[in-house]
Design a protein around this ligand. Structure first.
Ligand code: FAD
Ligand code: NAI
Length: 475
């Protein structure tokens, strides 16, 4: 007799594990199947995000930022340190410790919430008498479980690039880039997207010469153009990333070093590096899921097709996170997970895609929520804008990070905030106020009338809101 559940979640990334916990909180008997194994070969919950994504990358970004501050910024504070050293292996070990703390934390949360944790590959077999049959395969061991509802949260692997096969020795994907135990002298990156910029920043701060080859002629196409322009200037001029746009890749030759042939402005070039990170996007993961046999519809790019409530083409089968349309972000996956669990429990949750924040953890950080100026213009929406710089902000000066600015876009007639774009220190934290304001349908006047602590970085958002009405006090 197979184990019976109300809900079975396939995948324990930030989409799946959160969905499982929320379903269990709502009184549904829940199991979560996950196949991920850590570098030690042992099962590790938390998916891409906790194991080889958000968390380890932020750990390395912080370590490298500390090192950079020590070698470049501390002197201005009157601090000189003699005989300082950097140990990449120790940095990686610290990162591994953080990952392990969080992945075991998910196992603890599963126990606490009585979520059954099953290790193996989950495959949809079919449906009988309103119950889905799911196979859980762990090597030769096969178990069958049954559930009224299935939530597919199988995430995404890196998009492969023909001719640039990843070996995670010299040609690296995100997992390899997060595990280097020595600083490469010359590091190449293919793709100036989020991973390329974040991982490029880590190794640049630690001393690598970093060259990023990007196919698109424009930088960060999804971002507000003014923000993207500012980011390009800062990341190339101040952070020292060599970002080459509009590149057409040729062949990769693997020898003593890696030689990447490419064309830029019609000119043939070769980039020679010691290590190469390939980060050209990610693809939905439906491998091993049995989508075809079960009749689960995928779109032309391989994403599981869902409606606005994350319901798939099959009855009581839901899908969330990277494996469905929308931004590939951990918080988007988690919020979809919560919404689906609540919907299964009979509630009517709502998730506003327009207020999902984006953050790129470079230095300075880049963050935005809502519409860009280009999107508003294209939609014919009349708007007013207010900008304010971190340059005169006392807290930013104290931190030694007075670069960047905040831009608030508000509807010209109603003053409702339509978008907020930040480049500057702690943009990742500052954007939360803008997200909340947008969720509450706030006007720029609401933010302008809100008391902001002094001195704080949030005063720059306050000033930008005041600037929408041309009454900035420090601008
Ligand atoms: P995943 O986290 O990919 O989890 C899916 C899980 O399902 C995996 O454990 C997988 O092994 C398992 N699985 C797949 N198929 C099966 C099956 N058939 N049976 C059983 N198990 C299966 N996002 C942010 O919001 N902020 C960040 O700072 C950020 N940084 C990132 C940095 C890097 C380097 C990378 C690569 C990604 C980053 N992301 C970030 C993106 C984020 O990691 C993803 O959006 C998020 O992990 C998606 O969650 P998910 O639950 O949909 O899938
Ligand atoms: P991405 O989509 O952000 O960027 C990929 C880049 O590669 C694009 O700029 C694209 O034009 C370029 N590219 C594609 N093919 C190319 C080619 N043949 N030659 C040169 N350039 C090419 O994807 P990335 O960086 O791999 O990250 C995947 C996803 O992971 C992100 O989209 C994001 O959703 C998530 N992520 C989020 C983070 C965050 O929230 N801070 C951090 C890291 C990843």
């Amino acid at each position: 007799m197979s184990q019976q559940f109300d809900v079975v979640v396939i995948g324990a990334g930030p989409g799946g594990y959160i969905a499982a916990i929320r379903a269990a909180q709502l009184g549904l008997s829940t199991a979560c199947i996950d196949a991920f194994k850590g570098a030690d070969g042992k099962p590790a919950l938390g998916g891409t995000c906790l194991n080889v994504g958000c968390i380890p990358s932020k750990a390395l970004l912080q370590s490298s930022e500390n090192y950079h501050a020590l070698t470049h910024d501390f002197a201005a504070h009157g601090i000189t340190v003699k005989g300082s050293q950097f140990d990449a292996a120790a940095m990686i070990a610290r990162k591994d410790g953080i990952v392990s703390k969080l992945t075991t934390g998910v196992a603890f949360l599963f126990k606490k919430n009585k979520v059954a944790s099953l290790h193996g590959v989950g495959r949809l077999l079919g449906r009988q008498q309103e119950k889905w049959q799911i196979e859980v395969r762990n090597g030769d061991a096969v178990e069958l479980v049954e559930a009224g509802h299935v939530i597919v949260a199988t995430g995404s692997p890196p998009r492969p690039l023909a001719g640039f096969d990843v070996d995670n020795d010299t040609v690296l994907d995100n997992a390899g880039a997060l595990a280097l135990t020595a600083v490469p002298k010359r590091l190449g990156v293919i793709g100036a997207g989020v991973i390329g910029l974040e991982m490029g920043s880590v190794w640049k701060r630690l001393g690598s010469e970093v060259t990023i080859l990007e196919a698109a002629p424009t930088f960060l196409g999804a971002a507000d153009a003014q923000l993207a322009k500012e980011a390009f200037k800062t990341l190339t001029r101040d952070s020292g990333l060599d970002i080459r746009l509009g590149v057409k890749l040729g062949a990769l030759k693997r020898g003593r070093d890696l030689a990447i042939g490419y064309e830029q402005d019609g000119k043939a070039e070769t980039l020679k590096v010691d290590k190469l990170i390939v980060a050209v996007g990610r693809v939905p993961n439906t491998e091993g899921l049995g989508a075809d046999a079960a009749g689960l519809k995928l779109d032309e790019r391989g994403f599981v097709m869902v409606d606005e409530f994350c319901h798939t083409s099959l009855p009581n089968v839901w899908a969330i996170g990277d494996v469905v349309r929308g931004p590939m972000l951990a918080h988007k996956a988690s919020e979809e997970g919560v919404a689906v669990a609540e919907r299964i429990a009979g509630q009517k949750p709502h998730l506003d895609f327009n207020s999902i924040p984006w953050v790129i953890y470079t230095s300075p950080e880049i963050a935005w929520v809502g519409k860009t100026e280009e999107q508003l213009k294209a939609a014919g929406v009349e708007y007013r804008k207010g900008s304010s710089s971190f340059a005169p902000n006392g807290r930013a000066l104290g931190l030694g990070q007075a670069q960047g600015n905040v831009k608030v876009l508000a509807d010209a007639k109603t003053d409702r905030i339509l978008g907020v774009h930040v480049i500057g220190p702690m943009a990742s934290e500052l954007i939360a106020e803008a997200v909340l304001a947008m969720e509450f349908k706030a006007s720029s006047e609401d933010v302008a009338r809100t008391v902001h602590a002094h001195p704080s970085l949030s005063e720059v958002l306050h000033e930008a809101a005041l600037a929408v009405d041309k009454r900035a006090l420090h601008g």
